[in-house]
Design a protein around this ligand. Sequence first.
Ligand code: SF4
Length: 334
Amino acid sequence: MTLPTIAVYNPTGARKTLWRIAQVGGLIATVVLLLGLMAQPDATLNVLWNVVVPVLPAVFLVNPLLWRNACPLATLNKLTGDRAGTRRLPAQGATWAGALGILLLYVMVPARRVLFNVDGTVLAVTIVAVALLAIVGGVFYSAKAGFCNAICPVLPVERLYGQHPLGDVSNARCYPCSICVGRGCVDLSPTKSIAQTFGQARRSRRWLLTPFGVFAASFPGFVLGYFTTVDGPLSTAGAVYLHIFLWAASSYVVVAALSLLRPGRNQELVTLVAAVAVGSYYWFVSPTVVEAVGLPAGSVTLLRVAALALIAVWLVRGMSDVLGNQRHQDAVAA
Ligand code: SF4
């Protein structure tokens, strides 16, 4: 059976070659990372968590496709997903798979404090397990529906920070788009992904009860909770999870209260929570980045100012898009 497809911009020539190089480079970098975690765990963990990972939120603000086009896990997912025929993930399945991805994120990030920040072997085994998950997901669902658009734990962050991309980047993996997922594909449209993920709930306060709504409202507190804990032995895991959970729950309550005070302003709130979360992240991570790169201590302020300036530009652009949409909807309703 031939299913409908959506034609998307097909990069050609040098652009296509560059994305191919980036995708192969991503796979090679992953192998180097795994070897480094086994042979030189301390240095590799330092570079990974304090240099490489802090670049990603800023990349998502510019455009999440900059990462998604090159992500090594997406490359592995597509390797098998492109051979999975027409097995699409329906909208309801995407919602629940997305909820599982959020759960994975909320389990794995606190685990950094007691495992992944300090134990290279455990992190290497986890990366291999997640890579296998991406490959196996592609056996069951076509294109990126078995992992990247489903249970990937980074997807909710890409969706949240990528909702108002500052630059245009075309999808370098799917041409044509086979509509592998029922709704909310970030690669197809980062700006529509959240609204599609909420579905009808976006028109009322019910967005707060959807899996992505729970994530978005709790995420600023989750980030603050993570950075107000410290690395420790496995025996401190319970305290770390409880601490981060309480911060995330408090954040949810505050955002829910704001939603009650400002009914019909869901898009504004979701834009604002993204800015608060990513701003908090860069505020706290800047000192460790500066230390890891070996810059003078005064560079912390510079890095914070640079990050906050990028976020301010993103916020102004995002709010102007949201208010423009709002005016359009009001005019249509009038
Ligand atoms: S990942 Fe997105 S763009 Fe690619 S085939 Fe699936 S729905 Fe289409």
